[in-house]
Design a binder for this molecule. Structure first.
Ligand code: KG4
Ligand code: ZN
Length: 343
């Protein structure tokens, strides 16, 4: 079975084709970073308009690149939420209309489920069950994943998401949007241990996180020191060390608590090299434990993870009814609400 996946929840338009036996057939992505850059963050109305402009040409390019015709597609998956309502509506309306016209099923996918399953696009793929660390611009969660559709929340951020903390701190350091990747680059020139920032909630005894205080600590540091490239690099490194230490410590605690031996990292912050290195070291030290990362291109938003999630759901359901033509989007949508919804 071949599933077309569409991702339009935020500032990336993604389309991909996933074959249940052959794997990913192709994927295309259009990033809106340059569009939002001058505003220092995503402008929802601009995002929606750009998705509308890009989604159909992107699907056409994907079909041309893969040599797959519309008639060969067995289902269309689109991101139903969470995300920006206007942006979500583009993928949902295009995906549903196309499925209706082709008389095939449409599959409404949770964006975080896409991220969560994205390491399954790489080889070796993790087997179920596993612990997932979801670290994106809007979410920071630890989940226990039993299988497709079986997710239990173990802990989450009580305020800012890790990616949000990276973006806000990057802004304080004079970097553009989105800041995570640029902050990582800046931190490479930082001197270790020059500054030490707090590790929030490290000893909270649960699997929750808090990152909003870190940006205040960074703002105080900036205010107290000379504003030059060396100091900024030191601060960027101190921030990166603090966030990654907490993410690693809580992930290890989740592994201990669940007794599981596989950790899967997903979401944009999962592209961070320091986080990857630390997790690899700590998991190796645990003996049998293994950590899985999505390929760098599939860490941030993309259509491949939505096509994959849709294909797995279509396979599980064996057969689904043809699309009825109706759809809705969910700007807010906790991931554990979908558990077993399709089983
Ligand atoms: O998963 P994603 O593309 O979008 C959401 O669903 O939110 O994640 C985007 C987030 C942004 O906050 C971005 O700054 C962060 O991921 N990010 C990084 C890196 N690359 C992207 N954070 C730290 N280091 C990176 N290399
Ligand atoms: Zn995302």
């Amino acid at each position: 079975m071949i599933v077309l996946g569409l991702e339009t929840s935020c500032d990336e338009t993604g389309a991909a084709l996933y074959h249940t036996e052959q794997g990913l057939l192709g994927h295309v992505l259009h990033s809106q970073i340059s569009l939002h850059h001058e505003y220092g963050g995503v402008v929802p109305e601009l995002a929606s308009r750009d998705h509308i402009r890009c989604v159909l040409p992107l699907i056409k390019t994907l079909l041309q690149q893969t040599g797959i015709s519309l008639g060969a597609i067995d289902g269309i998956a689109y991101t139903q939420g969470p995300g920006l309502a206007g942006a979500l509506l583009t993928g949902a309306s295009v995906g549903t209309s196309l499925a209706y016209a082709l008389r095939i099923p449409s599959l409404a996918i949770h964006h975080l489920e896409g991220h969560l399953l994205s390491p399954l696009l790489s080889r070796p793929a993790p087997a179920f069950p596993f612990v997932a660390l979801l670290v994106s611009g809007g979410h920071t969660q630890l989940m226990r994943v039993e299988g497709v559709g079986c997710y239990r929340l173990l802990g989450e951020t009580v305020d800012d998401a890790a990616g949000e903390a990276f973006d806000k701190t990057a802004k304080l350091l004079g970097l553009g949007y989105p800041g995570g990747q640029m902050l990582e680059k800046m931190a490479q020139a930082g001197r270790p241990e020059k500054f030490r920032l707090p590790r929030p909630m490290l000893r909270s005894g649960d699997l929750n996180f808090s990152f909003s205080g870190l940006k205040t600590a960074v703002a105080l540091l900036i205010g107290r020191h000379e504003k030059n490239a060396t100091i900024y690099a030191d601060i960027a490194l101190a921030f990166e060390e603090a966030v990654t230490d907490v993410l690693v410590a809580k992930s290890m605690a989740a592994i201990k608590m669940t007794g599981l031996q596989r950790l899967v990292v997903a979401g944009g912050v999962g592209a961070n090299t320091r986080l990857r290195q630390k997790l690899l070291q700590r998991m190796q030290a645990e003996g049998d434990a293994t950590v899985f990362f999505p390929e760098l291109t599939f860490c941030t938003d993309n259509g491949a993870m939505i096509a994959l999630a849709g294909a797995l759901r279509l396979q599980l359901a064996h057969s689904l009814p043809e699309c009825s033509g109706s759809f809705s989007v969910k700007a807010r949508w906790p991931l554990d609400e979908i558990t077993d919804a399709y089983m």
